[in-house]
Design a protein around this ligand. Structure first.
Ligand code: HEC
Ligand code: HEC
Ligand code: HEC
Ligand code: HEC
Length: 466
């Protein structure tokens, strides 16, 4: 019997979320186990081949998405029955994946408004915008079929194809050969997190600022597993896939994504080129709704992990809260350390630069050790349920009063339920769908968010466990 978990197709900050049913077939468990016990270990040994450079900076020449999109290559109208990969990736990307429209967004009404407010004549000529909205590699790396208007294309994520196309068309080669030839390891959670977050959060070499937000750019909200599902997938994780590639549960993908996001934030706050805007701190890394909300209804509430009282801007600590909950379930001592260090960071923001750098330094070590730890662990069903319970409990304690944290918690709960379902460990998760949908509705419109509504959803999520 198939069960399904409701997850939104869109988790766009402040806009209407729409729901889709994500059905995951049963019977995966046995395969998973055999993969974990044998093949996966050897593959992860291979992909430990250091930190690959992001496609954006790798200096690999580009052929252009159209080159990948031939009808006998990745541009078939429908998936092929007897092929290892779907072969219709190009069609999925060009019709359903927002990345194919990312360049066009720069000349949309909103794009034009942002540009005008920043005093930019045309955002399609502006490096800062192009770096995230297309495959903005230097001219000398662009072959004749490359078109900048294709937006975030195949090679933005998989790497410039010139180096591996020969191997690719030959039909020979193991995954290891491709990795050696420079294809980007998108299947590896850490590498994938680094790739997606470079545009969806921040990157030392791309400058995203509160000034750009102020000009009208949508707030960036990201969770790796949910966004991987929403992209939508142009691949199928079947038996053949598991033979060729390492495969990770959604919970691992979520956990690594959270740890990497926290690490990227901590690094940005330590970087003097990015942590300030004149005499002000760079507000991009703060909780937007600490400042942006109506004053008609007083809404400030104390949070145990934020010890700075009312009237002080708060850093966006949503990823740190998720990490702390994850640690509660896998390593309680680590969780206590994270709580202390996060509180010290919040406190330091009103003490001055030196105190902040000291707090960030401490946090940085903890967070990067968690990146590696999660990347090396797997979560079985009891561990996933433990994390689920810890998340709900944290919310009921009043830690999700801020929308940004509630938003991360919601995507996390969706990820966990989908991963439990995919593991085949639970027969019937239908009872969770309504409760999860309520949580998604509570975070849907920022101006309507209240912690009371969210708590009501959390109670349903807790009751579904009984
Ligand atoms: C750090 C990467 C980054 C930079 C820099 C950046 N953007 Fe974006 N932009 C994004 C991401 C990611 C989204 C999608 C956000 C979401 O929906 O989660 C987005 C969304 C948008 C949208 C909304 C698209 C839609 O379909 O509604 C517009 C318009 C836009 N950006 C314009 C710009 C302009 C103009 C600039 C330059 C001033 C710029 N962006 C700079 C990453 C970036
Ligand atoms: C925003 C990033 C992104 C873009 C753009 C993108 N992909 Fe992918 N692609 C992924 C991820 C993530 C996966 C899943 C992990 C994996 O298998 O490596 C994947 C997987 C694949 C696979 C592997 C399927 C398998 O069974 O091994 C193929 C083939 C593929 N993509 C082709 C394409 C083509 C062709 C395009 C352009 C039309 C494209 N991708 C655009 C991120 C992207
Ligand atoms: C080169 C920059 C870049 C990279 C790398 C990238 N994205 Fe995006 N992504 C964008 C931009 C820009 C948009 C907004 C496109 C638009 O709406 O016009 C976007 C939109 C999205 C959306 C739709 C968001 C929404 O609210 O509708 C999802 C989902 C998404 N990306 C997932 C991913 C995932 C998963 C990865 C990594 C595998 C990834 N992205 C890598 C730039 C990037
Ligand atoms: C410390 C307080 C503070 C934080 C935190 C903050 N902002 Fe702002 N924001 C401001 C101020 C001050 C302005 C300028 C208001 C004006 O020009 O009227 C502003 C302006 C804006 C505007 C333009 C408002 C308008 O009416 O057009 C937007 C949009 C915006 N911020 C988005 C964000 C986002 C997204 C975040 C989180 C990443 C954020 N802000 C974090 C204080 C803050």
């Amino acid at each position: 019997m198939k069960t399904s978990i409701v997850r939104p197709t869109q988790v766009r900050a402040g806009s209407k979320a729409s729901f889709s049913r994500r059905t995951v077939s049963r019977g995966i468990k046995t395969l998973l186990l055999s993969v974990v016990s044998g093949f996966m270990l050897s593959v992860s040994a291979v992909s430990v081949q250091a930190e690959p450079e992001l496609p954006h900076y790798s200096g690999q020449a580009r052929l252009g998405s159209q080159t990948c999109g031939g009808s006998t290559c990745h541009g078939a109208a429908k998936p092929w029955a007897n092929s290892a990969v779907l072969q219709n990736e190009f069609v999925t990307w060009s019709t359903d994946d927002p990345h194919s429209g990312a360049y066009k967004a720069l000349s949309s009404d909103r794009g034009k408004r942002i540009a005008k407010n920043l005093g930019i004549e045309d955002a399609r000529q502006e490096k800062v915008c192009l770096d995230c909205h297309t495959d903005n590699v230097p001219k000398e790396l662009q072959s004749k079929n490359f078109d900048i208007a294709d937006g975030v294309g195949c090679e933005s994520c998989h790497g410039g194809a010139v180096e591996w196309l020969g191997l690719h068309v030959s039909g020979f080669g193991e995954r290891e050969d491709y990795l050696n030839a420079g294809i980007y390891p998108t299947e590896d959670p850490k590498a994938r997190a680094k790739l997606c977050l470079s545009c969806h959060l921040s990157d030392p070499r791309k400058s995203i600022t509160h000034r750009i937000m102020g000009a009208g750019h949508p707030r960036l909200a990201f969770e790796l597993d949910t966004f991987t599902a929403n992209q939508p997938a142009h691949y199928r994780i079947d038996a053949d896939y598991k033979q060729r590639k390492q495969q990770s549960s959604g919970v691992k993908v979520w956990a690594v994504g959270q740890a990497m996001a926290a690490q990227i934030t901590v690094e940005a706050l330590m970087d003097k080129n990015r942590n300030s805007a004149g005499i002000f701190p760079e507000l991009f890394y703060f909780d937007c709704y600490a400042c942006h909300h109506s004053m008609e209804e007083p809404r400030w509430e104390k949070r145990e992990s934020v010890n700075i009282g009312p009237g002080v801007p708060r850093l966006n600590d949503s990823n740190l809260v998720m990490l702390r909950v994850l640690a509660t379930a896998v390593d309680p001592a680590m969780s206590a350390t994270l709580l202390d260090q996060t509180r010290a960071l919040h406190e330091s923001s009103s003490k001055g630069q030196d105190a902040t750098l000291k707090a960030l330094g401490d946090l940085s070590g903890t967070v990067s050790s968690l990146v590696d730890r999660f990347a090396a662990s797997d979560f079985d069903a009891p561990a996933m349920w433990k994390i689920y319970d810890a998340l709900v409990a944290e919310g009921l304690k009043g830690e999700f009063v801020d929308l940004i944290t509630a938003e991360q918690a919601t995507m996390a709960l969706g990820s966990i339920l989908a991963a439990i379902e995919a593991s085949g460990a639970s027969d019937d998760l239908q009872g969770y769908n309504d409760a999860l949908a309520k949580a998604y509705t509570a975070i849907d419109k920022s101006e309507e968010y209240t912690s009371a509504k969210y708590t009501a959803a959390l109670k349903l999520l807790a009751a579904a466990r009984k």
